[in-house]
Design a protein around this ligand. Sequence first.
Ligand SMILES: [Zn+2]
Length: 244
Amino acid sequence: MDDLIRRAAKDLAAARNVAALTGAGISIESGIPPFRGKGGLWERYDPMEFAIDALMRDPAKVWKLFVKELKEPLDRAKPNEGHKGLVKLEARDKLKTIITQNIDGLHQAAGNTDVIEYHGTFAWQRCMDCHKKYETRKVDISEIPPRCECGGILRPNIVFFGETIPAQAIRRSRQAAADCDLMLVVGTSAVVQPAAMIPGIAKDNGAKIVEINPERTPLTDDISDYLIMGGAGEVMNRIVAAMD
Ligand SMILES: [Zn+2]
């Protein structure tokens, strides 16, 4: 692993335009459960319970789930060493853009400035009637479902099942992937489309793909130049230390 850490530090030092693709694995150390996989929300819930149709049908019921499973964990969550490592790479003028599949807003909370949120963000709510936005931490949940000052029901500013990913997010992330000369893939197996195509676009345009994951993924053999196996926080810390 030491060799791979040194190799990543060297590759990052040589890179001029780094992009990062992140997923649930980077936020686990902040106490945020993933949706998929072991310990994930989908072990306990049918994803359709979190769908926009369900919210329209019974907003109070679905909002109770949001509060318990998303709002409370996210209100408590703080960026971890994995997020902070990416902030350090931006401060060194290496990292330009983060493409994240996460909805927790922790990259921005950590201090990264250009974050493309593929699936939107739970850090903000929007009114279903007038589209006014509210910061989730400040939303009054003494009455469920929470409402806008216009009386409309609030919904998370996320991309639900059955909704389309904003065209701008797709366009910008394709561009970031095509422009980078090194892509860090952190805490995601990138099996979910359309995020799954992003590392391939980077590779086709000549970028190195450096994967940081606790286990091998479908990317490891086909796309990644190498995999540094481990948790995002520890690995990022070691890479940044090796760059010094
Ligand atoms: Zn409203």
